[in-house]
Write a protein of this length. Structure first.
Lengths: 114, 117
């Protein structure tokens, strides 16, 4: 199975930068996703990493190190609307030889205050 | 359609009652996933369909849970003899390609919030 760990909660100030870490242990790694989920809403896709390095997309960037089982999501120029839960998901076979299934961490609740 | 839709959005059931939750994926999407999300937790995988074939049901918590996608589009998750621990949000997600392909992105529906009394 997969073991995914991310902090439960983080707080930051509007306009600042915040880094949300995700560590994982898995067999058959096949990509890592970050999703944003506002309270009571569906998760929405933010980023995808399958090779080592940094992927930048506007105010959001995501980094992956496969050898360390580590990823982070970097949010710049924080806005109040960025207050949400951020979910790290690792794709790997659910069973040996099985289908590739994204497994989600419990999410990091980010609170942005003025 | 424009996105993944789910119905009902809210369901209150008495313990022991059977419920059926519906998911309409984005038209043409090959893969469909069901997840269960408890309050304050991430989505937990239940089952995966590629077209009409249920390729993985390893996440279904008991034999009270059953899912189908008979024509490879709409899917139904059925829970028999509901228990209080079944209370959660049930999310459906679809993707354009079979699971595991590069660049696969899941598009989630708004979920069905189930409360079992």
């Amino acid at each position: 199975g997969q073991n995914i760990d991310q902090p439960t909660e983080m707080t930051a100030t509007e306009g600042a930068i915040v880094q949300i870490n995700c560590t994982y242990q898995t067999s058959g790694f096949n990509g890592l996703f970050w999703y944003q989920q506002h309270a009571g809403e569906a998760p929405t896709f933010l980023s995808y990493n399958v090779l080592d390095g940094l992927e930048e997309k506007g105010r959001f960037s995501s980094f992956l190190s496969r050898s360390k089982g580590y990823s982070y999501l970097l949010l710049k120029e924080l806005q109040m609307k960025d207050s949400a839960s951020y979910l790290c998901a690792v794709r790997a076979p659910s069973l040996p030889g099985g289908s590739y299934i994204p497994t989600f961490g419990r999410g990091t609740s980010l609170i942005v205050h003025p | 359609g424009a996105g993944v839709s789910q119905s009902p959005r809210y369901k209150v059931a008495k313990r022991g009652q059977d419920v059926a939750l519906r998911c309409d994926p984005i038209s043409g999407h090959v893969s469909l996933f069901w997840y269960q999300q408890a309050l304050g937790q991430g989505p937990e995988f239940l089952t995966y369909f590629q077209n009409e074939a249920q390729l993985d049901k390893s996440g279904l918590p008991s034999d009270r849970f059953f899912a189908e996608r008979p024509e490879g589009s709409v899917s139904t998750l059925k829970i028999q003899r509901t228990q209080q621990e079944d209370s959660a949000v049930y999310l459906c997600a679809s993707t354009t390609v079979p699971s595991g392909r590069a660049g696969e992105t899941q598009y989630f529906g708004p979920g069905t919030r189930l409360l079992v009394l």
